[in-house]
Design a protein around this ligand. Structure first.
Ligand SMILES: C[S@@+](CC[C@H](N)C(=O)[O-])C[C@H]1O[C@@H](n2cnc3c(N)ncnc32)[C@H](O)[C@@H]1O
Length: 316
């Protein structure tokens, strides 16, 4: 009996190009010529599930089938690397805790006192909302995978003790991978996720949930919301602006330069003036755009949204 999963389906160079270009166009992810075997291995299972005999047929499914949007969602789960853990890249998180949060609070407090010089009575409702929104702290983990990064940000803000009375803190975790987001929502993790977590932080923010399994405590979970979205599509971010800090770490490393630029432009548009962008330590914008100003620290770097009224920070 014919069973597609029994077939070791070849991927021709032409099929590889078609699929590679489609994936790049839809998600920004770039597979170079050496990655044909890897792409084939990742997508083989989709052919089997759909009962297709060739990658060409699969390409047609993705381009033209009425259910193509659903299949793109299913496909992307097999293409992404979801590696992540709590408190990843500690030096940059220290900069976030010690510098970024303080600067952000000062900037917002300054905005508030400037605003109080202007009577709110003369403002339109949307302007009034922006004014009162100044006691909000909004953070985004863009490419949050299974949620460890977004929860880490919430824990750091919580432990900083700086944003309590009258402050509304919101951390949004966004990812294209539906399965990763389901795990993020559950907030239940095992030892791999804890490899960089200090025991006291673990004791403070987790409860046992089974053998070698722990769940993020309720106060932290309440600070975080989850959203399925694609970084290359501006509509994925609807309603999130203005954000104070965006973490987009270990995501753009898989994108082409053209798509990095596209994403970074989108992120710039949803950041508040003076807001911060944190990339992974292997990622840099220096040869791509000057939309952001680098702020360097020992062992870590963050970017600040350039724009009118934003002066480069002195090296702290
Ligand atoms: C290696 S994980 C990084 C997780 C976390 N930011 C960290 O540094 O630990 C990369 C994540 O980016 C997501 N991703 C890749 N392309 C994406 C896209 N176009 N839109 C949204 N998320 C994407 C993947 O699904 C994956 O979960």
């Amino acid at each position: 009996m014919y069973r597609p999963s029994d077939l070791d389906v070849e991927m021709s160079e032409e099929e590889f190009r078609l699929l590679r270009d489609l994936i790049h166009e839809k998600f920004g992810l770039f597979f170079d010529d050496n990655q044909r075997p890897s792409l084939r291995a990742r997508l083989q299972g989709r052919l089997a599930s759909l009962g297709l005999r060739s990658f060409e047929d699969y390409f047609h499914e993705l381009r033209f089938a009425p259910e193509r949007a659903d299949e793109l969602v299913s496909m992307v789960t097999h293409l992404t690397n979801n590696e992540t853990y709590f408190y990843r890249e500690g030096p940059q998180l220290n900069v976030f805790a010690d510098h970024v949060l303080r600067q952000t609070k000062e900037r917002k407090t300054r905005l508030r006192s400037d605003a109080s010089l202007v009577s709110e009575a003369g403002l339109r409702p949307d302007e009034r909302k922006t004014r009162s929104g100044e006691r909000t702290l909004r953070l985004l983990s863009a490419g949050c995978s299974t949620g460890e990064e977004a929860y880490t940000l919430a824990m750091i803000v919580f432990d900083s003790g700086q944003f309590f009375w009258n402050w509304e803190v919101e951390v949004v975790g966004l990812d294209v991978d539906q399965q990763a987001l389901e795990k993020a929502r559950r907030g239940v993790y095992q030892h791999n996720s804890f490899r960089a977590l200090a025991p006291d932080v673990k004791a403070r923010h987790f409860v046992p949930a089974g053998p070698n399994t722990f769940q993020v405590k309720e106060p932290i979970r309440r600070m975080v919301t989850w959203r399925r979205g694609n970084l290359v599509e501006p509509e994925s971010f609807e309603g999130l602006a203005p954000l104070d800090v965006i973490f987009c770490r270990n995501v753009l490393i898989y994108f082409s330069d053209a798509m990095i630029l596209r994403v970074v432009r989108i992120l710039r548009n949803i950041l508040a003036p003076g807001g911060y962008l944190c990339l992974g330590h292997a990622e840099s914008l220096s040869r791509i755009t000057d939309l952001f100003l680098p702020v360097r620290f020992q062992g870590a770097m963050v970017y600040q949204a350039a724009g009118p009224g934003v002066r480069p920070e002195d090296d702290p």
